[in-house]
Design a protein around this ligand. Structure first.
Ligand code: ADP
Ligand code: NA
Length: 330
């Protein structure tokens, strides 16, 4: 393929995707299939940097894959796999560990944040070196673009530094990825507290729309979303965060522009907007839930999709690793 190569990792810890995950990230993964040679992996190696329950991790990994397929990732048009199925990730990570300065790794702000939350005694060395595993994840596929959020920028910079260091020391081996930071195209906010991002861990229960929840419960959440004083349906993040959030969800789910929606709802109340949006969301989540369940009910199909994905990924990863091993003197 002469398309640029993109690689993205998806945490298996999320359980059900929420509306923010879907509209801010997963939808872009689906779109990238048509413009990029896209590799998507569920990063179970990263998931064990914090304590995990084995059965839960296994179930969540499969649940993430089922939801990605339900959302429209197509194994014919992208490479979808589970990180631990491709041992080259851990193998290249070791080489990269040996190329990274201790001080350099210590400057990763995500580690500082996460370890501060857990305390020194409960923080693992795995958490400390996980940005370096991420470096290996990216370099193995000779990725041109790494569609990550702003919070991952420092890790992409580390990837570039280490790729250049390796290439400089041992000869041209790795493509240096562009710091392709994709902003969340649509940022979705809590339905009850529209100043804060919708998030698995931080959202209020009534403010979080999980895609796998009962559609009836979801409709109810949308209808009881916090709106703002006044009656006018207008996009204004500052003055009308609640209404603006509903307009964003509506626009991104239906492909209608916000101005178009503003015109459509001129003179109508918030109630009409919420009722219609509840229908729109229900229309989306109903088949999404059904497709997810179909994949979960058919473990053989899921296994074979993942086996094929791992094969495709390994073809690329093994070639890169062989070159790197050769260069370092193995
Ligand atoms: P959470 O914050 O709920 O734990 P993650 O951090 O696992 O979600 O994010 C997974 C992906 O979903 C990331 O690409 C992230 O940028 C995107 N994402 C998460 N929450 C939102 C949101 N409220 N709006 C838009 N995108 C989001
Ligand atoms: Na997050």
């Amino acid at each position: 393929s002469d398309r640029p190569r993109a690689l993205s990792g998806i945490q298996p810890t999320a359980g059900s995707f929420h509306l923010g995950n879907y509209l801010g990230a997963v939808r872009q993964y689906v779109a990238l299939q048509d413009t990029h040679d896209a590799f998507y992996m569920v990063v179970d190696l990263h998931a064990i940097t914090v304590p995990q329950d084995p059965a839960e991790l296994r179930a969540n990994t499969r649940l993430a894959v089922a939801q990605l397929l339900a959302a429209g990732l197509d194994p014919q048009r992208c490479t979808l796999f589970v990180q631990s199925h491709v041992p080259e990730h851990a193998q290249l990570a070791w080489v990269m560990n040996c190329l990274t300065g201790f001080g350099e790794a210590s400057r990763m702000t995500q580690f500082k944040d996460k370890s501060a939350k857990q305390g020194a005694d409960r923080t693992t060395v795995g958490l400390f070196t996980y940005p370096i595993l991420q470096v290996a994840d990216i370099l193995l596929y000779q990725a041109d673009a790494v569609p990550v959020g702003e919070d991952q920028r420092q890790h992409v910079e580390l990837t570039r530094d280490l790729a250049e260091r390796f290439n400089g020391r041992f000869g041209e081996t790795f493509r240096v990825p562009a710091p392709h930071i994709v902003r969340e195209v649509a940022k979705i906010y809590d339905l009850q507290e529209p100043a804060t991002k919708m998030s698995k861990s931080a959202s209020t229960p009534k403010g979080l729309v999980n895609l796998l929840d009962e559609p009836k419960a979801t409709a109810k959440k949308i209808k009881s979303a916090v709106t703002d004083t006044g009656t006018e349906i207008r996009f204004d993040r500052e003055a009308k965060p609640g209404v603006s959030n509903l307009l964003t969800i509506y626009a991104t789910l239906t492909g209608t522009s916000v101005p178009e929606l503003e015109a459509r709802y001129e003179g109508k109340g918030y109630g009409a907007l919420k009722t219609d949006l509840a229908d729109v969301v229900v229309e989306f989540v109903t088949p999404f839930r059904a497709r997810t369940q179909e994949y979960l009910d058919d473990p053989e199909t899921l296994d074979s999709i993942l086996a094929e994905g791992a094969d495709k990924a390994r073809t690329v990863a093994a070639e890169t690793l062989a070159q790197a091993y050769e260069k370092v003197g193995f």
